[in-house]
Design a protein around this ligand. Structure first.
Ligand SMILES: Cc1cc2nc3c(=O)[nH]c(=O)nc-3n(C[C@H](O)[C@H](O)[C@H](O)COP(=O)(O)OP(=O)(O)OC[C@H]3O[C@@H](n4cnc5c(N)ncnc54)[C@H](O)[C@@H]3O)c2cc1C
Ligand code: SF4
Length: 585
C-alpha cells in the first residue's frame, strides 16, 4: 500500500529516524510530553503475526519451517571464507539473508543482503528493516549495566569511563521495567543490578544442578531475565501476558507480543496519543542542516517503493537507525559546514565500534536424568543466564573485563540428540530416554572499544537506493581471543563441578558481528574532542541533534544492550523535551 504524502508544510517538534528499540522509545517519551513527532522507518509495516505464525506446527509448513527454494541464509563458513559484499557467488539464490534469516518465519523481517550490501572486513551484520526493526525477533535477554561497566576504566585503566553513573540511569531502568514488563529473579549482585521483575520462569532439574554445583565456586546462575510480561500490562492493550508457549525461543518473535517489541510496546501506544505520525518505507539518506545556524533542520528521505524524494523539517532530529546505520547516516550528512559528516568534529563517528564476542560453548548431560519422564521445559521465554565472574574482585592475569553465559536444558518440542547414530523404533526410544538430560551454554564477552575498529563509507558500492554502503574495518583483538580461551575452560570446569558428563566443548570464535550487539560508533563523553555525544546523547556540535541508540555506548560491557539502550533513550528524551520547552536547543 502506498504511503500517504508527508505534510511538508509542518515543522515537527521532532523527527525520529528508525523504529526499533531506540526509535520506538523516543516516540513514546516525546509524544507523552505532548510533542508533535514524525517517525520515519526505512522498512515496511509487516503483518507481523502472519510472519511469525508462532503456533504453526512444523508439519504445516511446506518447508518444515525452512526457507523456500531460491533463498539462502549465510552460514558461518560462508561468512569466514568470503569477503563482503556477500551477494556475488550466490547468484542462484534470489534472496540472500544473514544467518538469522534461515527460516520461513523471519525471511521478510531481515534484509535481503543484495539490496543492502556492505564491504570491508568479515562481519555477520544482521539487519531487520521493518517497523520495529530487530525487536520483532530479539532474544529477549534484558540486563542492566552497573558501575562495574560505567566506570570500568577506574578499575582497570583501559578506555574511557561513561559520563554517567548507575544512579543516573537506575530510575530510567525502573521506568522501562514497569512500562514494558520483565521477568526474572532478584539476586542482589552489585555487578548485575536487579530489575523490577514480574513473575519469574522456573529452572528445570539440570539447570538447578548447575546452579548448585557452581555456588561453591562463588558463581551465579539465575533465571533468564527476559523482556517479557509474565503478569500482563494493564496500560497496554496491544500486548498479552506470556502463556509460556516457548515459540519465541524456537522460532524467534512472539505473535501475542508478551515479548517486548517496539510496535506494540511503544509505537502503537504513542500513536494513540494523537501526537505521532508514522511513515514507513522512508529511507533517510541525509540529515539536513541550516547553513545559517549550523543546526539540524530536518531529514531528506526516499520512499523505498516509489523512489520519490522528500525533505521534512523538525525542531530536533533524533537518530535511532541502530548503531551502524546511525553512524552511516551521520557520515552521509556531509555539508560545507560539516565536511567530515555531521556531529563529527572529533573524528570519532564510526570509531570505537565494539560488541560481544561469541562462540565458546559446552554441551553436557545430567546422566541421572536419563530415562526420567519428560517434563514441559520449552514453554518458557528463556532458560538461564550465568552471570559474569571474571575481573570483579580479582584481576585475571590474561585479560580484562568479563563474560557471561546463556544456556538451557530440558525436554523440548525438538529434542536434542537427534544427530546421534541410529534409526527406527530403537532410535526414537534412545532420543526419548535422553532428551531431558542435555544441557548446554555459550558465552558472550566484552569486546574492548578501540578507535582502530571502525566503519566508514565505501567509495564505490551503493545500496539499492543509491546510498553509499558501509565499509567495515573491524577485528577482534588479543584481549578477546584470550578471553575466549578462558570461556571454554571455565565452561568445562563448571559442568564438571555440577557432575555433568561433557559431550562437546568448542573454543571456536564466531565471526565478528554474530552477537548482533553492535555498539559505540558515536560514543558519549564529557570531552568533545574524544566523543560525539554528551551524557544526554546530544551532539556536542549540533545541539538539536540526538543519537539515541547503541551508538552512544562508551564500552560494550558483557550484558545484552537493549534494556540499556531504552533506559538511556528515555533519559535523553526527557532532557530533550525539557530543553525544547525552554527553547534552548
Ligand atoms: C535474533 C536477535 C537476537 C537478539 N537478542 C537480544 C537479546 O537477547 N538481548 C538484547 O539486549 N538484544 C538482543 N538483540 C539486539 C536487539 O535487537 C537490538 O539491541 C535492538 O533492537 C537495537 O535497537 P535499535 O533501535 O538500535 O535498532 P533496530 O531494532 O535494528 O531498529 C533500527 C530501525 O531503524 C531503521 N532504519 C535503519 N536505517 C534507516 C534509515 N536510513 N532510515 C530510516 N530508518 C532506518 C531500521 O529499518 C530499523 O527498523 C537481538 C537481535 C537479534 C536480531
Ligand atoms: S513463551 Fe511467552 S513470550 Fe515466548 S512466544 Fe510464548 S507467549 Fe510469547
Amino acid at each position: 500500500m502506498a504511503e500517504p504524502e508527508p505534510d511538508l508544510s509542518t515543522k515537527y517538534d521532532a523527527v525520529i529516524i528508525g523504529s526499533g528499540a531506540a526509535g520506538g522509545m523516543a516516540a513514546h517519551v516525546l509524544t507523552s510530553h505532548g510533542l508533535q513527532v514524525l517517525l520515519l522507518e526505512a522498512g515496511k509495516k509487516l503483518n507481523i503475526e502472519q510472519e511469525l505464525r508462532s503456533m504453526e506446527w512444523p508439519y504445516d509448513n511446506a518447508q518444515r519451517g525452512g526457507l523456500p527454494p531460491g533463498s539462502h541464509a549465510l552460514n558461518h563458513n560462508e561468512y569466514t571464507i568470503r569477503r563482503p559484499p556477500y551477494g556475488p557467488g550466490f547468484e542462484k539464490s534470489k534472496n540472500l539473508y544473514s544467518y538469522i534469516g534461515s527460516t520461513d518465519y523471519v525471511k521478510n523481517i531481515v534484509v535481503n543482503e543484495r539490496d543492502n550490501p556492505y564491504t570491508g572486513t568479515n562481519y555477520a551484520w544482521v539487519r531487520a528493516r521493518c517497523l520495529g526493526g530487530k525487536t520483532n525477533i530479539w532474544g529477549r535477554l534484558a540486563l542492566r549495566l552497573s558501575d562495574y561497566d560505567f566506570k570500568a576504566r577506574d578499575r582497570d585503566g583501559y578506555g574511557e569511563n561513561w559520563p554517567i553513573r548507575y544512579s543516573d540511569i537506575a530510575p530510567y531502568y525502573d521506568k522501562v521495567d514497569l512500562y514494558l514488563g520483565i521477568t526474572g529473579v532478584k539476586e542482589n549482585l552489585p555487578y548485575l543490578p536487579d530489575s523490577l521483575f514480574q513473575r519469574p520462569t522456573k529452572l528445570n532439574c539440570a539447570e538447578v544442578t548447575l546452579k548448585q554445583g557452581i555456588q561453591k565456586m562463588g558463581r551465579v546462575l539465575t533465571q533468564y531475565r527476559a523482556g517479557v510480561t509474565t503478569d500482563g500490562l494493564k496500560h497496554n492493550k496491544y500486548r498479552s501476558r506470556c502463556y509460556g508457549r516457548g515459540a519465541c525461543s524456537r522460532k524467534g518473535g512472539c505473535d501475542i507480543h508478551a515479548a517486548f517489541d517496539s510496535p506494540t510496546g511503544l509505537i502503537y501506544p504513542a500513536m494513540d496519543t494523537g501526537n505521532l505520525t508514522l511513515r514507513t518505507n522512508s529511507v533517510a539518506r541525509e540529515i539536513t542542516v541550516d547553513p545559517q545556524t549550523g543546526k539540524a533542520s530536518g531529514v531528506h528521505f526516499t520512499d523505498s517503493e516509489t523512489l520519490k524524494d522528500y525533505t521534512v523539517r523538525g525542531k530536533a532530529v533524533i537518530v535511532a537507525a541502530s548503531t551502524l546505520e546511525s553512524a552511516r547516516l551521520l557520515l552521509l550528512s556531509k555539508s560545507r559546514l560539516y565536511p567530515n559528516g555531521l556531529a563529527n568534529s572529533s573524528g570519532h563517528v564510526g570509531h570505537n565500534f565494539c560488541e560481544h564476542i561469541m562462540g565458546p560453548y559446552v554441551a553436557g548431560q545430567a546422566t541421572d536424568l536419563v530415562g526420567k519422564p519428560p517434563t514441559l521445559d520449552d514453554g518458557r521465554p528463556g532458560s538461564f543466564y550465568l552471570t559474569r565472574f571474571r575481573n570483579l574482585s580479582e584481576k585475571h592475569p590474561k585479560f580484562i573485563r568479563g563474560y557471561g553465559f546463556e544456556g538451557g536444558s530440558g525436554s523440548g518440542m525438538f529434542p536434542p540428540g537427534t544427530d546421534r547414530p541410529g534409526f527406527g523404533a530403537s532410535f526414537k526410544e534412545e532420543i526419548r530416554r535422553n532428551q531431558g538430560s542435555y544441557i548446554a551454554m555459550g558465552a558472550f564477552g566484552e569486546v574492548l572499544s578501540r578507535y582502530e575498529n571502525f566503519v566508514d563509507l565505501d567509495p564505490v558500492v551503493k545500496d539499492k537506493w543509491g546510498i553509499p554502503a558501509l565499509r567495515f574495518h573491524y577485528k577482534f583483538g588479543d584481549n578477546e581471543h584470550r578471553m575466549a580461551e578462558d570461556m571454554k575452560e571455565t565452561a568445562q570446569e563448571m559442568f564438571e563441578a555440577a557432575g555433568f558428563k561433557i559431550i562437546f566443548v568448542s573454543d571456536r570464535v564466531l565471526t565478528e558481528g554474530w552477537s548482533i550487539h553492535e555498539l559505540g560508533t558515536a560514543r558519549m563523553g564529557d570531552d568533545p574532542k574524544t566523543s560525539v555525544l554528551n551524557q544526554f546523547q546530544q551532539s556536542h556540535d549540533v545541539k538539536n541533534l540526538f543519537v539515541v541508540d547503541g551508538s552512544a555506548f562508551v564500552s560494550a560491557s558483557c550484558q545484552n544492550p537493549t534494556w540499556t539502550i531504552m533506559a538511556l533513550c528515555w533519559r535523553s528524551c526527557d532532557y530533550l523535551a525539557d530543553h525544547l520547552a525552554k527553547n534552548d536547543l
